[in-house]
Design a protein around this ligand. Structure first.
Ligand code: NI
Length: 256
């Protein structure tokens, strides 16, 4: 019996301030064997690193989300590159493009996305990509930067099966979370049906995107069994197989 690996969590978020320690100490007994805590801001990067030092089953990803790039400095990049040498740091992310809101302007987002892709290459770590309403630009930049050589995951995958083919061809993995259990998630269900099992990863993105029937509540890794169930049904395999294969995938990509 294998354990679940949550490849994308934000336990540094203030939503966990009241019970973080208690919640995290219940994880392993509940079958959550490994968690990657993902930085989204510089503050989040520092907190993710601290969590990875405190808990042996927590690993860190360091990077800055497109919403948070505006005040980034060269010193921030130097800090990430330095910390990326530590054994518990397993990825650069989350980085990418988000055109859902008009700010920050796309040219600035692209600049920091490219810079952090270069940083990942220099660090020799895979990338965790956040991409919303920006499929074409994301794919173009990943192609131009030959990101397939670095490897990585399309986190919270939200595009079509057609787009998935392009990311598959680059060797990318796909992070799948609570959205898979939503009634209106037809496009994602089709994409998960299309993507080969050996490219799928489980993730929560907690505290966000809790699966049904917890939709709208605070999410946490304990709810991943609901995503496992939904994935098993789509793939026509057992829940144990979903857990085993997604854990293998996570270990392969992040060298856990
Ligand atoms: Ni996230």
């Amino acid at each position: 019996m294998d354990y679940i690996i949550d490849t994308h969590a934000h336990y540094d978020d203030e939503a966990f301030d009241a019970d973080r320690e208690q919640l995290l100490s219940s994880m392993q007994e509940a079958g959550i064997g490994r968690i990657i805590n993902v930085g989204a801001s510089m503050r989040g990067c520092r907190d993710s690193f601290a969590l990875s030092e405190k808990y042996d089953f927590i690993y860190a990803a360091l990077g800055v989300h497109p919403d948070d790039i505006v005040n980034l400095t060269d010193a921030d990049m130097d800090w990430i590159l330095e910390k990326a040498k530590e054994p518990k740091v397993v990825a650069i992310g989350e980085i990418g493009l988000d055109y859902h809101w008009p700010e920050p302007e796309p040219s600035l987002q692209k600049q920091w996305f490219e810079r952090q892709l270069d940083l990942a290459r220099e660090a020799g770590l895979p990338v965790i990509i956040h991409s919303r309403d920006a499929a074409k630009d994301t794919a173009d930049i990943l192609e131009a930067k030959k990101a397939g050589e670095i490897g990585g995951v399309m986190h919270c995958y939200s595009y079509s099966s057609e787009m998935a083919r392009q990311f598959l061809n680059m060797g990318f993995y796909f992070g799948i979370g609570g959205v898979l259990t939503f009634k209106n998630a037809k496009k994602l269900k089709e994409a998960v049906d299309y993507i080969p099992m050996d490219r799928l990863l489980l993730e929560t993105d907690c505290p966000y995107l809790a699966p049904t029937p917890h939709r709208g509540e605070r999410n946490c890794s304990l709810y991943l069994t609901l995503v496992v169930e939904a994935m098993a049904e789509i793939k026509g395999i057992s829940k144990e197989e979903v857990i085993r294969i997604t854990a293998e995938n996570a270990r392969r990509l992040f060298a856990l």
